[in-house]
Design a protein around this ligand. Sequence first.
Ligand SMILES: [Fe+2]
Length: 186
Amino acid sequence: MHEIQLQEADSLWDSIITHVKEEREKTPHTKRNRYSLTGEKSYHSEDNLVQLDTEWSKQLKLLCYKATEDFAKMEKKPLLSIDQVFINCWCMIMGRGAYSIQHSHPGAIYSGVFWLQVPTEMPKDQGQFVVVDPRQGARLSMYNPEGFDVAPTRSHGLVFESWLEHLVQPHFIDGERISISWNVAF
Ligand SMILES: [Fe+2]
């Protein structure tokens, strides 16, 4: 697993959030949840965010690829060039009480997440990104936490292998927690 902290992503994040909120308006409430995402106040966008014909979409594709490339290099794992891989990227908006059940990303090789917006004053034990310990036996030990918790902060991200199970805890204050995720397959 690889952690990333971006410096200058504000205008990219704004473009994504504007686009995704416009899409949400066009989507009936009953179709706003997909895959692992659950909750009345949540929205899972289409997974085409790096395939749109806009500057920000191209910029986002490069960002997802570069983050994945850093991870692959660090782990000495294979990765094809940006024109030879398939990247799917989507956004999740989680309002009060929304959460993501434990899951992995089948069909991909690498996956990642960036946090775009986190409600101010979200308690540290809420809205966490939890990586479940893949060593099943270790989950039973009282001296070993069940997983590895990452508190989401703006412009911070993670890249990991797609088989790694994870979940997102709900938060119970008002305000939207917004993230993007991507899969790389080749
Ligand atoms: Fe996920």
